[in-house]
Design a protein around this ligand. Structure first.
Ligand code: NAD
Length: 268
């Protein structure tokens, strides 16, 4: 009985991979929308996965809201938290098979761009050229008063030297990592480019995102309203599963390379 179930599951997965590859082959403008699930196989925990998601361990409003950041965080508490959650993995992680598969899709002209909610820069590290970082990135930090931009390493050095988070800029303003905190607006240019891409693509690949964080969560609806095909690859269900053209509940690092292999076979 179990064997029968496993076989039929494999068959369904094969069919879904094939269908996704056919849609990719037939589409002219494909955009990927990626979330934290894209990088869990590189060792970076996501926010919402049961058991491993960061939000099960910390209060997001205490550590990731702009109001609490400006008020000031307890440095010792933050250092303990960073080591408990292995957050520094963001700086040492390498792209996984999923990142590499998307880069390959771009190379064969089957991916126009990636809109990512991730701040880990792994798409670029995998070789992707056109990446919109809609929630910013951990590459730099900026002064909220004079807008001076510094590398993230300098931000860390200032934090250690001043023994204070947030550290102060020489102008007296607060220096903040260039990632979007809760309660902040998204970078205007990244948001408007994302809306433009999604409105004119004919296929949206939503990968490794719970699709619940607004306003990114509205992008799949926008794509559908403009007639695009929607494919979702995510371990868990998402609020868009019932309107998607294909839904694959599987691991990105396993599924995406198989999709790309099939696309290349179809395009021969
Ligand atoms: P999320 O945590 O809400 O959802 C991640 C989804 O990915 C979950 O539904 C989970 O089931 C799925 N998933 C996890 N591992 C997977 C895998 N290997 N294969 C397939 N699916 C997998 O993340 P989100 O939707 O991106 O939104 C939350 C916020 O998290 C974003 O704003 C993002 O900025 C931030 N974030 C980024 C990173 C990063 O840069 N790597 C890490 C944690 C959180």
């Amino acid at each position: 009985m179990n064997d029968f179930n496993n076989n039929s599951l494999d068959k369904t997965l094969d069919e879904k991979i094939k269908k996704t590859a056919e849609l990719i082959k037939d589409s002219k403008s494909i955009v990927a929308l990626t979330g934290a699930g894209m990088s869990t196989e590189s060792g970076i925990p996501d926010f919402r996965s049961p058991g491993t998601g960061i939000w099960e361990k910390i209060d997001p409003m205490k550590f990731a809201s702009i109001d609490s950041f400006i008020k000031g965080l307890d440095l010792d508490e933050l250092i303990n938290l960073i080591s408990d959650l292995d957050i520094t993995s963001i700086f040492t992680s390498e792209p996984n098979e999923g990142h590499k598969a998307l880069a390959e899709l771009e190379t064969i002209n089957k991916l126009e761009g990636i809109i990512t909610q991730n701040v880990d820069m792994l798409h670029q590290k995998a070789g992707c050229k056109n990446v919109i970082e809609i929630h910013g990135s951990m590459k730099t930090a900026s002064c909220l008063r004079c807008n001076k931009k510094i590398e993230f390493d300098e931000f860390l050095a200032e934090t250690i030297e001043q023994q204070k988070i947030p550290p102060k800029c020489p102008c007296g303003g607060i220096i903040k990592p260039d990632v979007v905190f809760f309660g902040e607006m998204l970078p205007k240019k990244a948001l408007s480019r994302s809306i433009e891409y999604v409105s004119r693509c004919d296929m949206l690949l939503a990968i490794g995102s719970s699709l619940v964080v607004y306003p990114v969560s509205s992008l799949p609806r926008l794509a559908k309203e403009h007639g695009a095909k929607l494919v979702i690859i995510n371990i868990e269900k998402t609020p868009y599963d019932n309107v998607a053209d294909v839904v694959i509940h599987g691991k990105i690092g396993t599924v995406l390379p198989r999709v790309v292999k099939e696309v290349k076979r179809l395009m021969k």
